[in-house]
Design a protein around this ligand. Structure first.
Ligand code: NAD
Ligand code: AHE
Ligand code: ZN
Length: 375
């Protein structure tokens, strides 16, 4: 297949909110600096639903969604040295080139090398897509497009992992789990003894809980409007639950009252701008830090009284939990193999790529954390 167009199945989002269609897609060979990957397993993240909804300004249609996956390198383009056919890999929507201003700064995990292309659904080389259906180009998404049996990504967006790792599990290390763990360890740097509040107990919120427990937090307060989330959350380290629907007072006031003045760290893992405000305002005066993890729709803006910041609260955000993807995803895989972090526990459903629309329905039903699709 090397150097040839591959025809395979992929789930194409032709229009926002219209069911995805399994199509025979032509996947062009990788060009210089590109890698073609046979995707074996992909999970769904809430961000895929967000882009599918049409509210993501970077979501162009028709496109192939998907960014939490694992597979095997099928072929590589000219000049690719760090991976070769047969390598087990996790595609990384947050690239790491190790050469750009961002990568060298030592201050961020964001990378600038291919971001201008991944934001508009094309590859960097020729600003074109490698996917087509009957000659019609289909946009990439997030530089990953994993809802396909084969995809083409930039070489700076591929993490080579231990071949001993089960790909049907470690696909989750492509997004949700590292995002939550890293939000605690890298972005907030939660210390032992801290009081932590987590808004939204989906996969990302539960991974925040797991990270906070590992960091030695003394209280981990989980907030969700779906009480079904509370039972499972206990297994991830959440020690107390608050359902905003059970209270008349604003949720920030409820939390301030529960914690003698506010929490040390809060995490918004929903993507709701009014919850982001509450998450900031439930922080303790003088030092409380709130981390925005959720992705909010185009046009949405955050607000609070500047006095909240003047009096010492800190507002931050995180992408992929601040992890440097190519360097640290393999390390997370090793931690999983040594049973130092959970992964299996977040997988509540397994379906096939052909059943992807059912998987999106499950995400909205609430009983689902991650659904892994066998491609
Ligand atoms: P999810 O849908 O599984 O979880 C969201 C949770 O929030 C659900 O349990 C839901 O019941 C709860 N919720 C909804 N509205 C609420 C409210 N008003 N108050 C309290 N709880 C509420 O989603 P997920 O896959 O865990 O992703 C969470 C968010 O993180 C999404 O916005 C996603 O786009 C974003 N995300 C960001 C990054 C990043 O790098 N920054 C990475 C992955 C995901
Ligand atoms: N395209 C969206 C932004 C989406 C966004 O913020 N994505 C996160 C990852 S979410 C993964 O589930 C991210 O990493 N952002 C940093 C980056 O470089 O995109 C929009 O609203 O424009
Ligand atoms: Zn994601």
């Amino acid at each position: 297949t090397q150097g040839q167009v591959i025809t395979c199945k992929a789930a194409v989002a032709w229009e926002p909110n219209k069911p995805l269609v399994i199509e025979d897609v032509q996947v062009a060979p990788p060009q210089a600096g590109e890698v073609r990957i046979k995707i074996l397993f992909t999970a769904l993240c809430h961000t895929d639903a967000y882009t599918w909804s049409g509210k993501d300004p970077e979501g162009l249609f028709p496109c192939i969604l998907g960014h939490e996956a694992a597979g095997i390198v099928e072929s590589v383009g000219e000049g690719v040295t760090e991976v070769q056919p047969g390598d087990h890999v996790i595609p990384c929507y947050q690239a790491e080139c190790k050469e750009c201003k961002f990568c060298k700064s030592g201050k961020t995990n964001l990378c600038g090398k291919v971001r201008s292309a991944t934001g508009v659904g094309v590859m960097m080389n020729d600003r074109k897509s490698r996917f087509s259906v009957n000659g019609k180009p289909i946009y990439h998404l997030m530089g990953t497009s994993t809802f396909s049996q084969y995809t083409v990504v930039h070489d700076v967006s591929v993490a080579k992992i231990d071949p001993a790792a089960p790909l049907n599990k470690v696909c989750l290390l492509g997004c949700g789990v590292p995002t939550g763990l890293g939000a605690v360890w890298n972005t907030a740097k939660v210390e032992a003894g801290s009081i932590v509040a987590i808004f939204g107990l989906g996969t990302v919120g539960l991974a925040v809980a797991e990270g906070a427990k590992a960091a030695g937090a003394s209280r981990i307060i989980g907030i969700d409007i779906d009480p079904k989330k509370f039972d499972t959350a206990k297994n991830f380290g959440v020690t107390e639950f608050v359902n905003p629907k059970d209270h008349e007072k604003p949720i920030q006031q409820v939390l301030v009252d529960l914690t003698d003045g506010g929490v040390d760290y809060s995490f918004e893992c929903i993507g709701n701008v009014s919850v982001m405000r509450a998450a900031l305002e439930c922080c303790h005066k003088g030092w409380g830090t709130s981390v925005i993890v959720g992705v909010a729709a185009s046009g949405q803006e955050i607000s609070t009284r500047p006095f909240q910041l003047v009096t010492g609260r800190v507002w931050k955000g995180t992408a992929f939990g601040g992890f440097k993807s190519r360097s640290q995803v393999p390390w997370l895989v090793e931690k999983y193999l040594k049973k130092e972090i959970k992964v299996d526990e977040y997988i509540t459903h397994n379906l096939t790529l052909a059943e992807i629309n059912r998987a999106f329905d499950l995400m909205h039903e609430g009983g689902c954390l991650r659904c892994v699709l066998d491609c």
